[in-house]
Design a protein around this ligand. Structure first.
Ligand code: LLP
Length: 386
């Protein structure tokens, strides 16, 4: 929640910056921890959503593991205190250098996406004389009903071992002496708000688990990925995702034996609502057809609206609430027409210097920032340091 008291404390700060509400983060982590713990579920936080050190330390302290998609993310997780035995390494294109590094760290598991990758990991592990723990990522062909750029579990997506390859995969695995199959991995997409998608995923996980068991392969870990969505429309009223409902679906629909563990890789749901991008109005420009608010933050700081046409709630922290609202196109300073945070956004009469908060920006915000137009490095403010 950003109120006028907090906005007053922003007054002398140089904008733009990311503001992290550490109380929202703590409450979100506690809710996720409680709901997962009581069902015996394991959560690996997906660093790709945000690898800010300060946030990572809090996430590590609560006891979650880490889900990484590059050698550098594995290194970062270890630096921030995650134990390698609690780190998974996913991704469709792991380089030899990255695999070698993760092998030396003896991480919990590689999420493997193809037969060729299995063979490469086996060979690199044999050269190091170690065993690599592997979870096989299966493409379950489940539609996540989300934006097509963040849908990953359909046959047309590049992710996971295609179903047609699994028979061969099972026999290759038997020959890979330096690989230990610990489990199966699935991930169907991100910003999923329709819980029936997760129910459909459970059905597929059950099918594939039985398929392997029928072939005499024991599966210890069922990793069902991440994807739980958040409420971008109402970040204050609905700041904590419904982790109870989410974990309950898997508890009810995932068939498992007592020795089988269920793992999750949540990113967005844990960190999105604690972050806002704070910016100032540079200019109010009344165009022929539109009123533009030109901010000092742009797609270089938060790319989601430009890339996915994503909605983020926009608040004017300086304006008096009772004022009549006008419709503005809220844009950034970058030389691209896609540099737009929202079209026809109803806001109070706004002026140069007003502080603007772009909400729900804690996930896939800071991490996707770029220096395009030679923009300055992004700055941060944490609520407990105000
Ligand atoms: N596991 C795997 C294998 C993934 O590919 C992802 C996200 C996650 C876990 C975490 O998903 P989450 O719980 O955060 O939904 N940049 C996009 C989102 C890309 C998601 C990529 N994969 C956005 O801003 O919406």
């Amino acid at each position: 929640m950003i109120n006028t008291d907090i906005a007053t404390k922003f007054a002398d700060r140089e904008t733009p910056f990311y503001y992290y509400d550490m109380d929202v983060l703590a409450r979100t982590l506690e809710a996720a921890h409680e709901a997962s713990q009581k069902r015996g579920f394991h959560v690996h936080y997906a660093l790709k959503a945000n690898f800010n050190d300060v946030l990572l330390k809090r996430i590590q302290e609560i006891g979650f593991g880490a889900d990484c998609v590059s050698g550098n993310e594995v290194r970062k997780a270890i630096e921030c205190g995650f134990t390698p035995q609690n780190i998974t390494f996913a991704g469709v294109g792991k380089s030899d250098k990255e695999i070698n590094y993760a092998l030396t760290q003896q991480i919990f598991a590689f999420n493997v996406e193809s037969i060729q990758e299995l063979e490469v990991i086996n060979e690199l592990a044999s050269k190091q004389g170690v065993k690599a723990n592997v979870a096989l990522r299966i493409n379950p062909n489940v539609d996540a009903h989300t934006h097509h750029y963040i849908t990953t579990g359909l046959d047309e997506n590049k992710f996971g071992v295609p179903n047609a390859d699994l028979e061969k995969c099972a026999s290759v695995l038997k020959k890979c002496e330096f690989i230990e199959l610990v489990g199966l991995h699935f991930h169907v997409g991100s910003q999923i708000t329709d819980m029936t998608v997760f129910k459909s995923l459970c059905v597929k996980v059950n099918e594939w688990k039985s398929w392997f068991e029928e072939r005499g392969t024991q599966i210890r870990v069922l990793n069902v990925g991440g994807g739980l969505g958040i409420d971008y429309k109402n970040p204050d009223g609905n700041s904590i995702p419904d982790f109870e409902a989410y974990f309950d679906i898997f508890d009810r629909f995932l068939e498992r034996k007592p020795y089988q563990e269920v793992h999750f890789e949540l990113g967005r749901a844990l960190v999105a609502q604690c972050g806002s991008l704070i910016s100032r109005v540079l200019y109010v420009k009344n165009g022929v057809k539109k009123n533009f608010l030109v901010l000092d933050a742009g797609m270089t700081e938060l790319m989601r609206p430009a890339l996915y046409q994503a909605y983020h709630k926009i608040d004017n922290l300086s304006a008096v609430e009772t004022e009549e609202s006008l419709n503005y196109d809220v844009v950034g300073p970058i030389c691209e027409s896609s540099d737009c945070f929202g079209k026809e956004v109803p806001l109070p009469d706004s002026g140069r210097g007003d502080l603007i908060a772009i909400r729900s920006a804690g996930a896939y915000g800071e991490v996707m920032a770029s220096r395009y137009n030679l923009r300055e490095e992004i700055r941060f403010v944490y609520s407990d340091q105000l």
